[in-house]
Design a protein around this ligand. Structure first.
Ligand code: GLY
Ligand code: GLY
Length: 304
């Protein structure tokens, strides 16, 4: 069976999207190489999201945005479409790769969702790499927080930042055995209230994977994706309405806009290996690989 892989680096009004092309291409190629040599979808999405987290261009891991207290709190999730097993963390400080901590929750505990200090302890017990404050609080992120505070605002997406270096990250894949997986990771919103959690770590909102339908990763204003359970909604369109990835992505964004005037986008790989993406924002940073063909680019015109 042919493999399929998509990654995203966030949605918004992206200034100079070409700045991201090299990074997106490099990361999707790394994931494609894994899938081409027989790796599972779960390993490929974990690797791609880890690489996106390690790149300070994106709002996840290194480069995560700072909350109102000046701290970077990360949220991440991962899901295995074979048996609907899933792991997620929210409000964690320090792990270099929050997606790997989410995977530990899935594989090493009987739980799905862990937060804060308990989740961090799990990571330390399993030897995950932790970084100090300075790794996250880059001079650029500190300046961005100061600007947001001066304007008394919470920056929602790429559109709200002068520097446009924001955006949740994610990956979805189907491996050569036909198994699906998805992962999402974020630093949340600039200047968000301490304790705020968005959609990214919530199964069915910011992430979903089921071999019976598709794998999905979302990006956008988390509250709107939570209220519409958007990832599960997109899976429903594939599972029960017979849509392919492209139609389901478009239909999900249309629903997001119609019901909550939502801002963001999503990437989808369906059970047949088709790739789809849609957005209501002016841009969505993304790249895909399907059986050796690499595409770096946008999701076409906004769906609504
Ligand atoms: N800035 C939030 C997101 O792109 O998901
Ligand atoms: N979509 C990421 C967030 O709202 O936190």
């Amino acid at each position: 069976m042919a493999y399929s892989l998509m990654i995203h680096g966030g949605a918004g009004a992206i200034r100079a999207p070409e700045r991201f092309s090299g990074s997106l291409k490099h990361i999707v190629e790394a994931g494609a190489d894994m899938l081409a040599s027989g790796a599972g979808a779960l390993d490929a999405v974990a690797r791609c999201v880890s690489m996106l987290e390690d790149d300070p261009l994106y709002n996840a891991g290194c480069g995560a945005v700072l909350n109102a207290d000046g701290a970077a709190y990360c949220d991440a999730s991962i899901m295995d479409g074979r048996d609907l097993s899933a792991g997620a963390v929210a409000g964690v400080r320090g792990p270099r790769n929050p997606v790997l901590l989410a995977r530990l929750v899935m594989e090493k505990t009987p739980h799905v969702f862990m937060v804060g200090a308990g989740a961090e302890r799990l990571g330390r017990e399993h030897g995950l790499v932790f970084e100090n404050e300075a790794y996250f609080a880059t001079p650029e992120r500190l300046a961005q927080l100061a600007r947001a505070k001066a304007r008394h605002e919470t920056s929602l997406d790429h559109a709200a930042t002068a520097h446009g270096k924001l955006g949740t990250v994610g990956a979805v894949a189907r491996d050569q055995a036909g198994n699906l997986a998805a992962a999402t990771s974020t630093g949340g919103l600039v200047n968000q209230m301490s304790g705020r959690v968005g959609d990214s770590p919530v199964i069915g909102a910011g992430v979903y994977a089921d071999n019976a339908s598709c794998a999905i990763s979302c990006t956008g204003v988390g509250e709107q994706f939570l209220r519409t359970a958007l990832a599960r909604t997109a899976a429903f369109f594939v599972e029960s309405q017979g849509m392919d990835a492209e139609a389901a992505a478009r239909e999900a964004v249309a629903y997001l806009v119609r019901r909550v005037d939502g801002s963001g986008g999503l990437i989808v790989v369906d059970r047949n290996g088709r790739c789809g993406a849609a957005r209501s924002t002016p841009g969505l940073l993304m790249a895909s690989a399907r059986d050796g063909r690499i595409t770096v680019g946008d999701a076409g015109p906004p769906a609504a």
